[in-house]
Design a protein around this ligand. Structure first.
Ligand code: UTP
Length: 407
C-alpha cells in the first residue's frame, strides 16, 4: 500500500496521532507498522462509542437438562454419541489463543504445569481426557487448536517436544486467530514498540472465520463431520468429546449444546444460560440485575442458576450459514502495555485502554435452540484463571486431587 493510501486510511479512521508518529519515525519503523496496518480490520472503530451496555432484549429462563434427567437416559445418549463419533461426525476445537493475563504465566496457558511432585501439564490433561473417548470409540477425532501470533510457535514446539502426548499428530491441526489493535480511551491505536502496533488476539468468538481463513473448512465440509465441540484451554477437568453430551444433543433434536454447572452462589462470576427474545443466550454475571441474580424457583434453585463452562457443541451446517456475517465486538477495558510519547515502554497496572473481542457466547445466540446440559461441577469444572484464590491453580489442584489425580 502506498504512503498516500496509508495516510488516507489513518485519517478515515481518526488515527491522526499514529499518522503524526509515522511521519516522524524512522523508515524501518514506518515500513513495519505499515505492513501491520495492511492487515487491520477497521470494523472495531465503529464500536468505540458503544462500550458494552446491557441489552434491551427480553430475558427469560431456559429449561435445562439436569443431571437427574441425564441419568435416566444416560446409556442411550452415550451409545448414540459413541456411534456418531465412530461415524466421524465430531471434531474438536481447543481455544488456546488467549493471553492468560490473570495467570501471569509467560508461556501459553496449556504449557502450565499443575503437577506438584509430578509433571502434569494442562495440554497433557486435555489430551488425556480426549484419549479416553478415542479409546472408548476406537476412532481418532480431529482436534483443531486455535493459537495466536503471540503463542503459536511455543504451543507447537511444546506439543512436538512431548510427542503430542500420545495423540495421533495427523489428527491435530493448529491455526492462528486474527488480531485487533488496542486503543487508548480516546480511540488512538497504541504502540507496543517503536515499530509495532499493540495487537492482541481478537477474542474467542471468531474461530470459525479464522478456520476458514486458514483453509481448514474445506476438509471439514468434505468429511462426515457434523458437529464441533468447542472448549477452553483452562478447565482441566472437563470431559471433551463427551459421547453422552453429543448423543443427548442429537437425540433431543437440539441445534447446539452447552455444558453448564449449577452456580455456586448468586454472585458467582460466570455467564448464565437464558433466553433472549426467545433465543438461546448467555447473560454475563454483570448484566443480571440484583433481582434476577437472586430469583429462585419453587424448589429454591436459582432461576438463572446454570453457568456456562465454555464447552459447546455447534452444528457445522449452521456455522457455515454464519460465515458471511461479522461477529459483534465487545469493547473491554484492559491494562495494555504501550510506548508513550517519549518512546518509553509503560506497563500499566490498571486498565488504560480498550481491546476489541469477539465472544464464543455470541454464536449461541445465532442458534435456534440449545441443549442446556448440566454436569457435576466437582467433576467437570476446574478452571485455571488466576494464580491464587477463586478459579486458580490452587482450586484446580484441589479438584484434581479429589478426582484421583496424583499431583
Ligand atoms: P479467557 O476469557 O479466560 O481469556 O479465555 P484469557 O486470555 O485466556 O485469560 P485472561 O482473561 O487474559 O486472564 C477463555 C478461553 O478463550 C480462549 C482462551 O485461550 C481460553 O481457552 N481465548 C481467549 C482465545 O482462544 N482467544 C482469545 O482471543 C481470547
Amino acid at each position: 500500500m502506498s504512503n498516500n493510501n496509508i495516510e488516507q486510511m489513518l485519517i478515515d479512521n481518526k488515527q491522526e496521532k499514529l499518522l503524526n508518529y509515522l511521519n516522524s519515525t524512522t523508515e524501518a519503523n514506518r515500513t513495519k507498522i505499515a505492513s501491520q496496518l495492511n492487515d487491520v480490520d477497521w470494523g472495531f472503530i465503529s464500536y468505540l462509542d458503544k462500550e458494552d451496555s446491557s441489552s434491551t432484549s427480553v430475558i427469560s429462563p431456559i429449561e435445562a437438562t439436569t443431571m437427574d434427567d441425564i441419568d435416566k437416559k444416560f446409556t442411550a445418549y452415550e451409545e448414540c454419541g459413541i456411534q456418531a463419533i465412530k461415524d466421524g461426525k465430531l471434531c474438536l476445537l481447543l481455544l488456546a489463543g488467549g493471553q492468560g493475563t490473570r495467570l501471569g504465566f509467560d508461556k501459553p496457558k496449556g504449557c502450565f504445569n499443575v503437577g506438584i511432585n509430578n509433571d502434569l501439564y494442562i495440554f497433557e490433561l486435555l489430551i488425556e481426557h480426549t484419549m479416553d473417548v478415542v479409546k472408548k470409540c476406537d476412532a481418532w477425532i480431529h482436534l483443531y487448536i486455535m493459537t495466536s501470533d503471540i503463542n503459536n510457535k511455543d504451543t507447537i514446539e511444546f506439543f512436538e517436544a512431548h510427542n503430542y502426548f500420545g495423540y495421533n499428530k495427523d489428527y491435530i491441526h493448529f491455526f492462528i486467530q486474527e488480531m485487533n489493535p488496542a486503543t487508548d480511551f480516546n480511540g488512538n491505536i497504541l504502540l507496543s514498540a517503536k515499530d509495532s502496533l499493540a495487537l492482541s488476539p481478537n477474542g474467542n468468538g471468531g474461530w470459525f472465520s479464522s478456520m476458514n481463513k486458514a483453509g481448514l473448512l474445506e476438509g471439514i465440509f468434505n468429511s462426515n463431520i457434523e458437529y464441533i465441540n468447542v472448549f477452553a484451554v483452562d478447565n482441566v477437568l472437563q470431559r471433551i468429546a463427551d459421547p453422552a453430551f453429543l448423543g443427548a444433543t442429537i437425540m433431543e433434536n437440539k441445534m447446539c449444546g452447552a455444558k453448564v454447572v449449577r452456580k455456586a452462589n448468586p454472585e458467582e462470576k460466570v455467564g448464565a444460560m437464558c433466553l433472549s427474545n426467545g433465543k438461546p443466550h448467555i447473560i454475563e454475571y454483570y448484566e443480571l440485575s440484583e433481582a434476577m441474580k437472586n430469583e429462585t424457583n419453587p424448589d429454591g434453585s436459582l432461576v438463572y442458576g446454570f453457568g456456562v463452562i465454555l464447552n459447546y457443541l455447534f452444528p457445522i451446517s449452521r456455522l457455515k450459514d454464519t460465515l458471511g456475517e461479522s461477529m459483534p465486538l465487545h469493547v473491554v477495558k484492559k491494562a495494555v502495555p504501550y510506548i508513550d510519547d517519549a518512546g518509553q515502554l509503560v506497563k500499566p497496572a490498571e486498565p488504560n485502554g480498550y481491546k476489541f473481542e469477539t465472544l464464543a457466547l455470541d454464536l449461541i445466540h445465532e442458534m435456534d435452540d440449545c441443549l442446556v446440559y448440566e454436569v457435576d461441577r466437582e467433576k467437570e469444572f476446574a478452571p485455571v484463571k488466576n494464580k491464587t484464590g477463586v478459579d486458580s491453580v490452587d482450586t484446580a489442584r484441589d479438584l484434581l486431587s479429589k478426582n484421583g489425580y496424583i499431583l
